[in-house]
Design a protein around this ligand. Structure first.
Ligand SMILES: Cc1cc2nc3c(=O)[nH]c(=O)nc-3n(C[C@H](O)[C@H](O)[C@H](O)COP(=O)(O)O)c2cc1C
Length: 320
């Protein structure tokens, strides 16, 4: 098996899967400026990969060499679909497959998928088995939480560790309560259970980490092998840079915004709405003099050229 998880130098950093955020374009930008050690795609529905919506699913699953090692995250409830989706993903050249067992969104759990699998270990086991059979020679991992409506860390993660996973990501919250702090002590319990039950499974901790320094603290304090960062990238696109804590200039941020916008337009053409890009404006246009006004004006734009013109007008920058 080509198991990249075993070749990572610890502690390693992982970009979290974030639906509608970590698309091909954002991953490409991040990989250029401060690359995480591992990237995950947004979650993609197994039915879509296998049948209807296949074209969109394939778009959600495109990646470049620069983004490797990259793991495709999938969700659903039907073991046959997991088998077929795993075959497809393996053929596409992904480095790994991750099964989502943590998403608390109503539209996902109402059908028994995502975090609802925490309440249905029999199905979870079948899905893991089917994915392994379909994937053949790439590693399988699960991303989950420490319980559904109450904390059941030991019971749930012991069960998962018995499934011989190559990696397991624990977001230290329960599904029913996404507010409140991440319970890193619960994540630590998983790391020590792993030592007993499945020493070869890589453990990744996730929740509320906003810098490499904090990630190092989690690695040393909670005995995980790697740390996954999600929302931290939205407050600092350079969050994965291990050797540099410089505050980036307004020019750096604006150039990144332009690069992102251009690549978004080139990649998605008219298949993704320009408005869906606008959530990134506050990632790049913030905390500098005039940023609020510039952001408000940018929200009115409908294409790359308008973004360039707006920046020229408000910032007087000499942009090409
Ligand atoms: C906008 C958004 C979309 C998300 N989409 C996914 C997803 O597709 N799959 C998944 O496993 N988790 C998803 N998550 C959860 C994150 O991967 C991560 O577990 C969570 O944000 C906690 O980590 P953080 O505190 O570093 O952000 C999403 C979170 C956010 C904020």
């Amino acid at each position: 098996m080509r198991n990249f998880w075993n070749n990572l130098k610890k502690p390693f950093l992982v970009l979290a899967p974030m639906y509608d955020v970590t698309d091909f374009v954002f991953r490409e930008i991040i990989s250029e400026i401060a690359k995480p050690d591992v990237l995950f795609t947004e979650f993609v529905n197994t039915n879509a990969i296998c049948s209807f919506g296949k074209e969109k699913a394939t778009k959600d699953l495109c990646f470049s060499k620069k983004q490797r090692p990259i793991v495709a995250q999938i969700w659903g409830t039907n073991p046959d679909m997991f088998f077929k989706a795993a075959q497809e993903i393996s053929k596409m050249g992904f480095d790994g497959i991750d099964i989502n067992m943590g998403c608390p969104e109503r539209s996902v759990v109402k059908n028994g998928s995502g975090a609802a699998l925490i309440k249905n270990p029999n199905l979870a086991k079948e899905l893991i088995k089917a994915t392994k059979e379909g994937a053949k020679d790439i590693p399988i991992s699960v991303k989950t939480r420490i319980g559904y409506s109450k904390i059941i860390t030991e019971e749930w993660t012991s069960f998962l560790l018995e499934q011989n996973l190559n990696a397991l990501t624990i977001h230290g919250r329960i599904a029913n309560k996404s507010d409140g702090k991440t319970m890193w002590n619960e994540i630590k319990k998983v790391a020590s259970l792993r030592n007993k039950l499945s020493p070869r499974t890589i453990i990744i901790g996730n929740g509320d980490v906003k810098s490499y320094k904090e990630a190092l603290g989690k690695y040393n304090g909670y005995k995980v092998d790697g740390v996954m960062i999600g929302r931290g990238i939205l407050s600092n696109p350079w969050v994965f840079k291990k050797d540099d804590v410089v505050k980036h200039s307004k020019e750096d941020l604006i150039n990144l915004l332009l690069k992102h916008t251009k690549l978004y337009e080139e990649t998605w053409k008219n298949t993704k709405n320009f408005n869906a890009l606008k959530k990134f404006f506050k990632v790049y246009v913030r905390e500098f003099k005039g940023s609020n006004e510039l952001r408000q004006e940018l929200m009115k734009c409908q294409n790359y050229n308008q973004v360039v013109e707006t920046i020229k007008e408000l910032e007087g920058a000499n942009l090409t």
